[in-house]
Design a binder for this molecule. Structure first.
Ligand code: DX5
Ligand code: ZN
Length: 220
């Protein structure tokens, strides 16, 4: 399992320190939420901050693009240092093409679906991705509650990945806390994004260690 803390909940006036704290806390990835004010109402960060984050941490940057027509920005985020670029199936007319562009840029390619989007929307491109991100809240803001029907969707995606012998990662994003991480793991997720669940906890290391323990990797 991997933990990918979302820096949307970090203190951006101390981004370098926050990234170092995540490394020390045992994070596997750093989840970077990019929002354009169109695909979602919120506006967050762009390639400039991704590039700054890259200089501040050795952790892989797991870049989640919540932007319309992500194909316009793949080269910028790849050059900025993303290790994974995830695009939304709902945000592009050319999903297969943009996934190939990500891979051509030397970056791992992910696809995400919103809570209202069926798994069938990504079945035909499952063999082309390194990661599937199931949104368990409506994208746009951290601190929302986990949508329970996401568990059934995780199970469906896990079964579909198994059916095509894919070893893509299955990431869950939205409302993940120590209290519900085990349910998401049992439904098939193996990468867990958590924003407010980690950053509002005060002790990042304790929270991440407890998340791993809840999933069953470590005894506390
Ligand atoms: C929501 C973002 C999430 C969010 C997670 O649009 O994609 O990554 O920041 O935050 P929490 O864990 O607080 O729901
Ligand atoms: Zn995200």
């Amino acid at each position: 399992m991997k933990i990918s803390p979302s820096i949307l909940s970090a203190d951006f006036s101390r981004l370098g320190e926050e990234l170092r704290a995540l490394e020390e806390a045992g994070a596997d990835y750093v989840h970077v939420d990019v929002m354009d004010g169109r695909f979602v109402s919120n506006i967050t960060i762009g390639p400039f901050i991704v590039e700054a984050a890259k200089r501040a941490t050795a952790l892989p940057l797991d870049v989640h693009l919540m932007i319309e027509e992500p194909e316009r920005y793949i080269s910028e985020f790849a050059s900025a240092g993303a290790s994974i670029i995830t695009v939304h199936a709902e945000a592009t007319r050319h999903l297969h093409g943009v996934l190939q562009d990500i891979k051509k840029a030397g970056v791992r390619a992910g696809v995400s679906i919103n809570p209202a989007t069926p798994v069938s929307a990504i079945i035909d491109i499952l063999g082309d991705v390194d990661l599937v991100l199931v949104m368990s809240v409506n994208p746009g803001f951290s601190g929302q509650s986990f949508i329970p029907s996401s568990l059934a969707k995780l199970r469906q995606v896990r079964a579909a990945l198994d059916a095509c012998s894919s070893n893509a990662e299955l990431e869950v994003d939205g409302g993940i806390k120590t209290a519900n991480i085990k349910e998401a793991a049992d439904a098939g997720a193996d990468v867990f994004v958590s924003g407010s669940g980690i950053f509002s906890s005060g002790d990042y290391k304790k929270t991440i260690t407890e998340m791993r323990a809840r999933v069953g990797e470590l005894a506390i």
